[in-house]
Design a protein around this ligand. Structure first.
Ligand code: GCU
Length: 412
């Protein structure tokens, strides 16, 4: 059972010899066999797969394989958001899973006015249904999925000020989202969503995909669909998630090279913040309070952080050579932005090895006006005077960064 903290009777004791203690961060540019990683090929073909294996086995659980699906447009609204966008509601039905397996309901707003060429898109994971992300009266309200904020179930636009969909559309980007409970409810129960259909007998119990891996899997199926949308640019697919969903988008981008830009917003422990010397949320605490986020194997590291054979820099390094924008609020006392900046510093050598700029200067900027050519690289922390939330000012920074750093538009 995923999320079980206690070893069941008869379970062999953990062999700690296999997890030597190191207060220093484990080296990224060294293969398991001790050989130094010297070339981009060593990194992409050898080290990256080793780290992907390690973080899945020991932390997130194994990401299930992709599944074929049929995509049915269940609603099409050409004048959504007061005429600014076309809303497409698309249902992804997995053809090789039993018919009772839930669908993923993707909502996609495509700007009606945009620069010539294919359109970039931001894909997000929402926590209380697609109708909650905007006040647009045309989005379908669903009430059949779990949401811990009961007052938001069946309500429209509860998080409109957070997602700022109109602002994204006005800037010429499409906005896509799905409700996390389509794949897995945010609770330590394992009978709902897609887990019963995606768990595998081939995978040991302690490395079954836990909640974050299932959420990430759903995002990647949405990417499968977005990459097929004729108006969208498959080279400019961006992922954004907040907090626990920031941890999720970082893992998704680590596992899938189709993501051009990932924004793990205030992702904290289990996301951008290092687990070693984390004086805010410890691994012990996150495992205890949210036992369903990470796989069973990860439980052993609570209080044993120096024995984790990787750290969050290993997860973030897998995004190389793509764009990683770490957005943080300086009044957010929980997501540990200093330890997230340390992650950026620790992964910079990987971008440099791959011939990229990586960090420019300290890698930290504190105002959106600093996003200028030559002043920022593929790795950046944008830290604004904000709390643990997403605001239009963050979006301005994120969109400015995307305008500057994403590849130029593909011709239609
Ligand atoms: C809790 C949890 C964090 C998480 C946050 C959130 O505070 O401890 O790890 O990031 O919830 O998702 O908002």
């Amino acid at each position: 059972q995923v999320g079980t903290q206690e070893a069941s009777p008869g379970t062999p004791a953990i062999n700690w010899d296999a997890y030597p203690e190191s207060t220093a961060l484990p080296e990224l540019l060294k293969l398991k066999n001790g050989t130094t990683v010297k070339t981009p090929e060593d990194w992409m073909k050898r080290r990256r797969p080793e780290l992907q294996e390690l973080i899945q086995r020991e932390m997130f659980g194994y990401l299930p394989a992709a599944q074929p699906f049929t995509a049915t447009v269940t609603k099409m609204v050409p004048d959504a958001l007061a005429g600014k966008a076309t809303l497409k509601e698309i249902s992804l039905n997995f053809t090789q899973l039993p018919p009772e397996a839930p669908e993923i309901r993707l909502a996609l707003w495509i700007p009606n006015r945009h620069p010539a060429g294919k359109i970039p898109v931001f894909l997000t994971l929402n926590y209380c249904g697609n109708a909650n992300v905007t006040t647009d009266p045309q989005t379908t309200i669903h009430t059949d999925r779990y949401c811990s904020k009961k007052e938001w179930i069946g309500q429209r636009g509860g998080q409109a000020d957070f997602w700022c969909v109109e602002q994204v559309i006005d800037r010429g980007y499409a906005f896509a989202t799905y409700h996390e409970s389509d794949t897995k409810a945010d609770k330590n129960e394992w009978t709902d969503g897609l887990f019963p259909y995606l768990k595998s007998d081939q995978v040991p119990a302690g490395s079954q995909p836990a909640t974050i891996a299932l959420w990430a899997w759903g995002l990647l199926r949405c990417v499968d669909q977005l990459a097929q949308e004729p108006q969208l640019d498959p080279r400019r697919i961006c992922l954004l998630g907040h907090s626990r969903r920031g941890k999720t988008v970082l893992f998704a981008a680590a596992m899938d090279e189709r993501i051009a830009l990932v924004v793990p917003h205030q992702s904290g422990t289990g996301g951008m913040a290092l687990s070693r010397e984390n004086n805010q949320e410890t691994v012990e605490r996150i495992n205890r309070v949210f036992p369903h986020w990470f796989c069973g194997e990860f439980k052993k590291f609570g209080g044993n952080e120096p024995r984790i054979p990787f750290d969050q820099h290993a997860v973030a390094s897998l995004v190389a050579p793509r764009l990683l924008l770490d957005t943080e609020g300086d009044q957010d006392a929980w997501a540990n932005f200093p330890r997230s900046l340390e992650t950026l510093k620790a992964i910079d050598p990987v971008w440099k090895l791959l011939g990229k700029t990586g960090l420019v200067g300290s890698g930290l900027i504190t105002s959106v006006t600093e996003i200028q050519p030559g002043k920022v690289g593929e790795l950046l922390q944008l830290r604004l005077p904000e709390k643990h939330t997403l605001t239009n000012e963050f979006w301005t920074g994120i969109l400015n960064y995307a305008d500057l750093m994403l590849p130029k538009s593909t011709t239609p």
